[in-house]
Design a protein around this ligand. Structure first.
Ligand code: SF4
Length: 457
């Protein structure tokens, strides 16, 4: 019996027979959402049920994100507003988890200025939740656990949000130190999970009927670099592909510097690996890439794209782009537009650069006005709209396999889902199809989705 089993037993005894409800809200990236599912897994073991209504909760956990400074301000605003809830229900327990807590000044600020908060839990300390809760239930005023337990928390069972799509973190942290990013400071260095743990988790998910497995890591394709040659990311993909069952494997986020030929071979060889690659380019300018510390050039990036297109000219690529990095010139920006035109992404996720205290880029001089950044962003989106409108036409007449995931919000009587290529596909149908693979023939292309006709088997 491990320590947590004993503590969880004690918590159950203290909670007694009355049903206790927890409200867990996760902000930010999919890794954080996955951590939120682990927190829920532990709470379920302790006997908690779940609510979406904060005012009905006995326990509130805000699982925070530190990537953007304004997101932090928002969390502090939410915590401030919870003072009222605590006054109305003094037994309410409030905890703050996630990346924000990894910054020591945040834990200090919470302790000093937000007395309604009972505990602070670090990202590597998820398994410390029972201990903190027990302290709170026993009347402790404020507890914090931001220790590094090195991914012990990875093996916590999750309460998953979806019954057919599952996220599986395969590694934690990042070694890259892109100059605009706080992640290596709040999530630590790269640590890969044991291959056998990942394989048995995915086997279990497939047995439970999951249709899409999303492998997660801040720099997912550097998986295994710390395993002494035991297993690389392409080898892991091949091993997971060999699991019997009808399911897809996706992964994110990939760093171009680790997008090896072996990885591209694995994507093309493995029938269960989705035919889509999200490859964040961030900028088309070598000077900006250098100042971002991305460790590739536009030419190197394009050589990866060329390798992919030489195998399949219709392959689906998406990317992330930062507009208005400190002192980005017009020429730098034009280089970004040029790379977009050259690659012809199916979709881009674009962000106006926002300064993040604690990163190197925050210290860089920045002479570009907010107005200029806004103008560049509008132009970028216009260029991408044109590319998507044209590029999506290649799917017309093609059969696509789609995992239906919701009813359409835009068209009555339609269902929406994603194809293996990560394209949104809408087709006539009802909610009984959700969670199933459906064959669709594409009849129309928009700039955000394709419309199709279901092929009845
Ligand atoms: S690869 Fe760069 S952007 Fe991605 S998490 Fe690591 S430091 Fe941040």
């Amino acid at each position: 019996m491990d320590d947590n089993t004993v503590i969880i037993g004690e918590i159950k005894r203290l909670l007694g027979d009355r049903p206790h409800l927890a409200y867990v809200r996760s902000f930010g990236c999919q890794l954080n959402v996955s951590d939120g599912e682990k927190l829920k897994g532990l709470l379920k073991k302790m006997g908690y049920g779940f609510t979406e209504d904060e005012s009905a909760a006995d326990l509130i956990i805000l699982n925070t994100c530190a990537v953007r400074e304004n997101a932090e301000d928002r969390v502090f605003g939410i915590v401030g507003s919870m003072k009222k809830l605590k006054e109305l229900k003094p037994s309410l327990i409030i905890g703050i988890a996630g990346c924000m807590t990894a910054q020591s000044h945040v834990a200090e600020k919470i302790k000093k200025s937000y007395p309604q908060v009972d505990f602070v839990l670090g990202t590597s300390a998820i398994n410390g939740l029972p201990r903190l809760l027990l302290d709170c239930l026993n009347g402790a005023r404020f507890s914090a656990d931001i220790a590094e337990y090195d991914d012990f928390s990875a093996e916590v069972e999750q309460v998953r949000e979806s019954s057919f799509k599952a996220s599986v973190p395969i590694m934690f942290g990042c070694n890259n130190f892109c100059t605009y990013c706080i992640v290596p400071y709040v999530r630590g260095r790269e640590r890969s999970r044991r291959p056998e743990d990942i394989i048995s988790e995915v086997e279990g998910l497939v047995r439970d009927g999951y249709k899409e497995i999303m492998l997660l890591g801040q720099n997912v394709n550097s998986y295994g670099n710390d395993l002494g040659g035991e297993m690389s990311f392409p080898q892991l993909l091949r091993r997971l592909n060999a699991i019997e069952g009808d399911f897809w494997i996706r992964f994110m986020s990939s760093h171009p510097k680790d997008a090896s030929t072996e990885l591209i071979d694995a994507i093309f060889d493995c029938e269960k690996v989705a035919k889509h690659l999200h490859l964040p380019v961030q900028s088309g300018s070598d000077e900006i890439l250098r100042r971002m510390n991305r460790r590739y050039t536009a030419e190197k990036y394009l050589s990866i794209v060329d390798d992919i297109y030489s195998r399949d000219p219709d392959f689906s690529l998406t990317t992330d782009i930062i507009v208005g990095f400190p002192d980005e010139t017009n020429e730098d920006f034009e280089a970004t537009l040029a790379i977009m035109e050259r690659v012809r992404y199916d979709n881009i996720y674009s962000f106006i650069y926002s300064k993040r205290t604690g990163t190197k880029a925050a210290e860089m001089p920045d002479g570009i006005s907010e107005e200029e950044k806004g103008q560049r962003m509008r132009r970028l989106l216009e260029v991408q709209r044109g590319i998507s409108t044209e590029h999506y036409k290649r799917f017309i007449g093609r059969r696509m396999r789609v995992l239906a995931d919701d009813v359409s919000k835009k068209r009555e009587g339609y269902v929406t889902g994603k194809s293996s290529e990560f394209i949104i596909v809408e087709f006539e149908g009802d909610s009984s199809l959700i969670g199933q693979f459906v064959e669709v023939e594409v009849t129309e292309a928009m700039n955000w989705a394709v419309i199709g006709r279901r092929i009845q088997k």
